[in-house]
Design a protein around this ligand. Structure first.
Ligand SMILES: Nc1ncnc2c1ncn2[C@@H]1O[C@H](COP(=O)(O)OP(=O)(O)OP(=O)(O)O)[C@@H](O)[C@H]1O
Length: 261
């Protein structure tokens, strides 16, 4: 019998921002080695939900547990890849400097210098993300796909058990996204992956579970996007055409249905 607690357990979370509900009665369970995609429209609450899981935002009610503990106590197990646009790629550092900065959360004292253990973890992360050959290049001087792999390597340098990614494929073309998903599928052998995206056409076929969030959360316990989930979360009628990789067509919004937000 598996007695391990779920990797992530969100129970009946409600959260308001400026008096407006952003998450309403949200519950989500993610188990070890799942590749869980959270989809939903812009402004649906995807980033907020990730920040609640990370312990960066406290919900107004409900509970969040990470590997049975509080997000704060378990933060060393969490690797976070924020949205691409939050990084300043004009900053004058090399790819290696950027990746090794992912070790800073592991320094037990502000006076401890980076050790060979930190350097080795950064080397391993660069090898995993296939960017070792770029290590000395300035981050402003590499392509969008290479930058994307560098920010993920930075999260991997912390040796997380869970990798949480916010819109990781938003600035890359589809061959680059496919290569990136191959790497994520390999990573799932050693960690749990949670990915949020508004782009449901770009989802990996290796995703094991899909949830759809638009203030409320709808979960489907396999990797199919159902019409119910999309209609419930996007508040619009949707025709779904499945070809292994889910595809969808969203007709014009019906304002009578859409009026909710
Ligand atoms: N700090 C904040 N103060 C006020 N409102 C906020 C704050 N953070 C988020 N919101 C609001 O909460 C809602 C959800 O935002 P969130 O960024 O979580 O959505 P999202 O699904 O990640 O969107 P996107 O796909 O555009 O990144 C939005 O209406 C947003 O304006």
């Amino acid at each position: 019998m598996n007695t391990k607690p779920p990797v992530i357990e969100v129970e009946q979370v409600n959260l308001f921002q400026n008096g407006h509900p952003v998450l309403e009665d949200v519950s989500l369970t993610v188990n070890e080695h799942e590749f869980h995609a959270i989809i939903g429209p812009n402004g649906g609450g995807k980033t907020t939900l990730l920040k609640v899981i990370l312990g960066l935002i406290r919900p107004d009610s409900g509970t969040v547990r990470v590997m049975g503990g509080t997000p704060h106590a378990m933060r060393a197990h969490l690797g976070y890849v924020p949205q691409f646009r939050t990084f300043d790629f004009q900053f004058p550092i090399s790819v290696e400097d950027m990746v090794v900065s992912g070790r800073l959360g592991h320094l037990d004292s502000p006076f401890r210098r980076l050790s060979h253990v930190d350097r080795e973890a950064a080397d391993e992360a660069m090898a995993t993300m296939e960017i070792t050959h770029l290590r000395d290049r300035p981050i402003h001087d590499i392509s969008g796909g290479e930058r994307q792999r560098a920010i993920i390597a930075r999260a991997l340098a912390g040796k997380p058990s869970v990798l949480l990614l916010d819109e990781p494929t938003v600035y890359v073309d589809s061959p680059t996204a496919e290569r990136f998903y191959d790497i994520l599928s390999r990573l799932r052998e050693t960690m749990t992956i949670v990915l949020v995206t508004h782009d449901i056409t770009a989802l990996s076929p290796d995703v094991t579970h899909i949830s759809c969030v638009n203030r409320r959360l709808f979960t489907h316990h396999d990797n199919q996007i159902t019409e119910e989930m999309i209609t419930g979360a996007y508040h619009c009628p949707v025709d779904l055409i499945a070809h292994g990789i889910p595809h969808r067509v969203i007709p014009d919004h019906d304002n009578r249905v859409f009026g909710g937000r």
